[in-house]
Design a protein around this ligand. Structure first.
Ligand code: ADE
Length: 239
């Protein structure tokens, strides 16, 4: 996959691209990430990228020209152009899975008050990472890139994300590692049993239990299997 990011603050991405799984994915050519400072595309003498809003009001608005000219050097028929904005649809795991299927993602990160509305004509989707306002789209684009890159083949072991929270509409079951006892708390006996079917059933029940208590909205959206419905009914009876 190829990822291009348009930002006025490329330095914000340095730590992100040089650390841990993302660095490994770049080094292993699983993904190629380039950050472009669209100020370099401003066609005015002072490299200005924003201007006062027509009609008056607070703050500055990002102009079309630098962003669109930068975008035109990158876009191909395989590209998906994503505008990061609090007005976009909220990122969910399903969207990350969908994005991970593309050959080329282009992210536009705004800063300051907002974009000239006409920039939206050049965009395929608008994404938000939640109902709060950040100082710019940079952190938000890193969140999206992180959740997409880890799904790419070769980024992490395939099995590592099969059980992720949300990957099948449920929260992940509880995990334990050594020591067996910590501060008087011991690991559930079933996990020590080596009995794979009992472990599978226990984990499924724990996933449903966690989702029931923490994110009941997810259960409403989900098509449950017969086995899962049985577990859910038992949980509902006992609560
Ligand atoms: N830019 C500013 N706030 C944002 C948010 N919540 N999501 C995506 N981009 C943003």
């Amino acid at each position: 996959m190829k990822i291009d990011i348009l930002s006025l603050f490329p330095e914000m991405f340095e730590g992100f691209l040089k650390t841990s799984i993302i660095k490994r994915a770049i080094d292993g050519e699983v993904v190629d990430v380039k950050v472009h400072d669209f100020r370099e595309f401003a066609d005015n003498k002072h490299k200005k990228v924003d201007d006062y809003p027509y009609g008056g009001g607070q703050g500055m608005v990002l102009m079309c020209q630098p962003i669109i000219d930068c975008l035109k050097t990158l876009v191909t028929p395989d590209s998906l152009v994503i505008l990061m904005s609090p007005q976009g649809q909220t990122l969910k795991q399903q969207m990350s899975q969908k994005l991970s299927q593309y050959q080329h993602l282009i992210f536009i990160c705004g800063h300051y008050e907002g974009f000239d509305e006409r920039i939206r004509d050049y965009v395929d989707i608008e994404l938000s990472i939640g109902d709060y306002v950040l100082t710019g789209g940079e952190l938000a684009s890193m969140v999206v890139c992180d959740s997409v890159i880890r799904l790419l083949e070769g980024a992490i072991r395939e099995a590592s994300h099969a059980d992720d929270s949300f990957s099948d509409g449920l929260l992940e079951y509880p995990q334990y590692t050594r020591p067996y006892e910590y501060d008087g708390n011991v690991v559930p006996e079933v996990l020590m049993s080596g009995h794979h079917e009992n472990i599978r059933k226990w984990r499924l029940k724990q996933s449903i239990l966690k989702t029931y208590h923490k994110r009941p909205d997810l259960l409403e959206e989900r098509q449950m299997s017969e086995e899962e419905l049985e577990i859910l009914h038992e949980i509902q009876k006992n609560n």
